[in-house]
Ligand binder design. Structure first.
Ligand SMILES: C[S@@+](CC[C@H](N)C(=O)[O-])C[C@H]1O[C@@H](n2cnc3c(N)ncnc32)[C@H](O)[C@@H]1O
Length: 276
């Protein structure tokens, strides 16, 4: 089984649990929004709106959302930007739900969801220079060949178009400075959540540059502090007591993630890059 297939199968199992706990937003919220007391869902929307603005997604633009899950972020970005979006993922069950949601809210003409083969991210089914913008929310982390993905995302961007996204990454923190020490906390996360390896703020920026993009923002959303957000405080009881398919796997995953958050070595990155 390829790693990409493993991730597809993981999302078959995760669907019930993720929807039950996170609804249709499977990414971290904007930390500043949470700090001022906004609820998690609004915090997710705020981060999506920030990325829409930073990626310059204007009314009438055509954008690609890589790893679109059940479509919550894709639909919200299309709505606020008044843009057309194509969401892609390698799991057709997720895409079916995303398509149904687009139909329910009357946005099926504006937002479509395309299922890729497991290795389709290395050869996206879109012509070169066919999108004004590309977004990603906590999806690149699952891909083994991240450099190939960034090359493809750069290929499908129009000159002047921007890539914007956020993702799970790792870093040295506090007493945990060596790669081995960081990996001691991150390896159980990788195993439980089907992540082949975590990048860093800088390694993502470097892959984007190698793909021919100019990086204008590459930042750790939790610079200098633990990524231990209000979301986490809200969600921990829900994850810890979750009952349903694969409950042991998800409880184990949550424990591993909580340990990595506590050690400070897990964090969230955000990037904006443009195609010259
Ligand atoms: C954590 S979910 C994020 C979903 C969505 N972006 C959100 O924030 O709600 C990760 C997404 O990445 C997608 N993904 C993972 N590996 C992929 C691959 N090889 N090709 C395409 N999509 C992939 C999964 O199917 C899933 O939709």
């Amino acid at each position: 089984m390829t790693y990409e297939e493993r991730v597809r199968v993981f999302y078959d199992s995760a669907l019930h649990c993720y929807q039950a706990i996170m609804g249709d937003r499977w990414h971290h919220a904007d930390p500043d929004a949470l700090t001022v007391g906004l609820p998690r869902l609004r915090g997710c929307e705020v981060l999506e709106e920030r990325i829409v603005a930073l990626a310059g997604i204007a009314p009438g633009a055509r954008a690609l959302d890589f790893g679109s899950g059940v479509g919550g972020p894709t639909l919200h970005m299309a709505r606020v930007a008044q843009a057309t979006f194509v969401g892609v993922s390698n799991n057709d069950r997720l895409n079916e739900l995303a398509r149904a949601k687009a139909r329910d809210v009357g946005m099926a003409d504006q937002v479509s969801f395309v299922t890729l083969d497991d290795l389709g991210y290395k050869d996206l089914p879109f012509p070169a220079a066919s999108f004004d913008a590309v977004t990603f929310f906590e999806s690149v982390c699952h891909v083994p060949d991240k450099a190939a993905l960034f090359r493809e995302l750069a290929r499908v961007l129009k000159p002047g178009g921007r890539l914007g996204g956020m993702d799970w990454i790792q870093r040295a923190y506090g007493e945990h400075q060596s790669d081995a020490d960081v990996l001691r906390f991150m390896a159980p996360v990788n195993e439980a959540i089907s992540i082949p390896w975590h990048g860093t703020v800088e390694s993502y920026a470097s892959m984007m540059r190698d793909a021919g993009l100019e990086v204008s923002i590459a930042r750790d959303l939790y610079a200098g502090i633990r990524c231990w957000s209000v979301v986490q405080d809200d969600e921990t009881p829900a994850w810890a007591t979750y009952t349903g398919p694969e409950q042991q796997m998800f409880r184990r995953g949550e424990e591993a993630l909580a340990a990595a958050r506590r050690a400070g070595v897990f964090t969230i990155g955000m990037w904006i890059a443009s195609k010259p």
